[in-house]
Design a protein around this ligand. Structure first.
Ligand code: BJ8
Length: 428
């Protein structure tokens, strides 16, 4: 890939030497963790191809879009309303960092005791190693956790960064009205940036576009209720991760093609593990590309991950945006309604998340929950207490794993997971 795209990366001011080091390790990681899995669905071919071209083809498409006058907006959170961006003829790409590679660059500036997801994306920007960052005309941040909020101020020194204020008590009248006003203001900012008016018709069309993507991912999730699961948790995670930067229509079509194949598998009782593999839910912090550490360890130890209660999972696609009418206001209110239902640990109280975890555990016949939290993520770390209590009262065991992006604790995690799986098997 390096030869072919070198001019593209140069045009984006990428630090070529450092970037080459990154590209040198990724294919091997993907081969070792992902391609080595047995009995993968054939239609994963497309998603493997997208990863193999991760800093190539899609970046080329984005640069082309820019050349045609479209704007690229970088986002870090599910609360960034992609429907509004697409209604302004802009394209949104997810920029959350999932790699240890960029952290040394961030460590030179940021405190050590900060969540790796934040350090990773900041390091990619200041180290000039992420072509997606380099394509962005504007970033959209949000007031979720403190670490992100403050790092957005630093990012603003590099790329104009607009911040959406997210109410932390979304069910109150004040919370709803603040959110509506924030969406209206974001709409104005997008119109200024792009020069395109967001009309009711355009917003309706982009809501349908994104709903279709969410529906395809939900269809994929539903198929994983089968025993044995027709796709590994790792592959399902990779599909969802790709959904944050691929072309929306193409991605939706490819997910639906994959689901067609999985439907056949389910009909024929074909799975990726034997039917007695312990069925796990992973719940907690999001996993951005190429953060595949936990699922690959869990599944190579014999687990079957059947659902992710995560922003790279059910939180993204459980609810659709459902306007009650055709006016712009109806649609903005529907966006508020949808976004208020994404139960991030930054909310207080956050009972909806506990209820959702309980429901998912039942619906997916989950035998154990791996609670995944990144180091220094206070919100998810502390919320583990309530989630653990709720699961205990339902008789579902939970294993909490707090980790970072290094592989230093991989063997320790493997040992803990193996013991957890043994305990689940012992209960059968
Ligand atoms: S809606 S989960 S995507 S904020 S960056 S909170 S891991 S300390 S990502 Fe998130 Fe939006 Fe919520 Fe979802 Fe913790 Fe790290 Fe903060 Fe993080």
């Amino acid at each position: 890939m390096a030869e072919k795209y070198v001019n593209l990366w140069k045009s984006l001011d990428i630090d070529l030497e450092k970037h080459n080091q990154l590209l040198a390790v990724l294919p091997q990681i993907y081969t070792d963790l992902v391609l080595s899995q047995k009995n993968r669905p054939k239609k994963m071919d497309y998603f493997d191809f997208v990863i193999s071209e991760i800093h190539g083809l899609r970046v080329e498409e984005l640069v082309k879009l820019r050349g045609e006058g479209n704007k690229i907006i970088g986002a870090f959170c599910l609360y960034a309303p992609e429907e509004l961006a697409y209604a302004a003829n802009a394209t949104m790409v997810g920029l959350c960092g999932g790699a240890d590679f960029s952290i040394p660059d961030a460590d030179a500036v940021l405190p050590r005791n900060l969540c790796p997801l934040i350090k990773s994306f900041y390091g990619f920007k200041i180290g000039l190693t992420c072509p997606y960052f380099q394509c962005c005309d504007m970033l959209v941040g949000e007031t979720t956790c403190d670490g992100k909020k403050k790092v957005y101020e630093l990012l603003n020194e590099h790329v104009p960064t607009y911040i959406i204020e997210v109410p932390h008590k979304p069910d109150t009248v004040q919370g709803r009205s603040l959110w509506l006003k924030e969406l209206e203001e974001f709409k104005t900012q997008l119109e200024k940036l792009t020069g395109n008016k967001i009309t009711a018709e355009k917003l309706k069309a982009s809501i349908e576009l994104i709903n279709d993507k969410r529906k395809a991912l939900k269809r994929l999730a539903e198929l994983r209720k089968a025993t044995p699961a027709p796709i590994s948790g790792l592959d399902a995670l990779i599909v969802t991760q790709i959904g944050f930067y691929d072309d929306v229509k193409r991605f939706t079509a490819k997910v639906n093609e994959l689901c067609d194949e999985l439907e056949e598998r389910v009909k024929n009782g074909v799975g990726v593990t034997d039917k007695n593999a312990p069925r796990l839910m992973v719940s907690g912090c999001p996993m951005a590309v190429p953060n595949w550490k936990l699922p690959s360890i869990a599944e190579s130890a014999g687990a079957s991950i059947v659902v992710e209660e995560s922003c790279v999972g059910t939180r993204y696609f459980t609810d659709m945006v459902e306007p009650k009418g055709d006016s712009l206001n109806d649609m903005l209110e529907a966006l508020v309604e949808k976004y208020a239902k994404i139960p991030c640990a930054c909310f207080t109280p956050n009972d909806a998340r506990i209820e959702s975890i309980d429901k998912l555990a039942k619906d997916f016949k989950v035998e154990g929950v791996v609670y995944y939290t990144l180091q220094f993520c206070h919100s998810y770390n502390v919320e583990a207490v309530k989630v653990g209590k709720a699961l205990k009262s339902e008789g579902v065991p939970m294993l909490k794993i707090e980790t970072d992006y290094t592989m230093e604790d991989a063997e320790q995690i493997r040992t803990r997971l193996e013991a957890f799986l043994e305990m689940i098997r012992g209960k059968k």
